[in-house]
Design a protein around this ligand. Structure first.
Ligand code: FES
Length: 157
């Protein structure tokens, strides 16, 4: 059964038409699927692999390389916490502990209300404001558990 349908399928076709080699459209296609479905599922990877004639393992490699792409569903606000040295030694570790204690949030899990999910990622390019997190497409830095709590409380509304 087809998995990528409707607008998503239409966009994929358009993207493939933009390149001489349709396989060059892989990255924009992955972004489209994530935008439309929230994540890139096993079924989506299989279908993209067939459409573009790219091995699944290669597609998974691309997804792993780009921290904004994910293979699992995420909460409404997906927190990506940098685990690289500059962040981790500068308070990142405390942020991880805080999220688990306050929100029951461990890497790879959701809060019960599905509002927040967490993953630990490699450097997100915000080392000068370590420790930093990316929540959806926004960056926050110079964080302490208190500051992070304020941010999350605002998002929670
Ligand atoms: S080390 Fe954390 S953003 Fe670069």
């Amino acid at each position: 059964m087809k998995f990528l349908t409707g607008e998503t399928e239409k966009t994929i076709k358009e993207l493939m038409g933009k390149y001489e080699d349709p396989r060059s459209a892989l990255l924009p296609i992955l972004h489209t699927v994530q935008r439309d479905y929230g994540y890139i599922s096993k079924e989506a990877i299989e279908e993209i692999s067939e459409i573009l004639d790219i091995p699944k393992v290669e597609i998974k490699g691309v997804i792993t390389f780009y921290s904004m792409l994910r293979e699992k569903p995420a909460g409404k606000y997906h927190i990506q916490l940098c685990r690289n040295v500059a962040c981790y030694l500068n308070g990142g570790k405390e942020l991880v502990e805080f999220l688990e204690k306050e929100y029951g949030l461990k890497p790879g899990t959701f809060t019960d209300n599905m509002k927040f999910s967490l993953s630990l990622v490699e450097c997100i390019g915000q080392c000068e404001i370590a420790p930093a997190v990316q929540i959806n497409d926004k960056f926050y830095g110079n964080l302490t558990p208190k500051k992070l709590k304020e941010i999350l409380s605002k998002l929670e509304g």
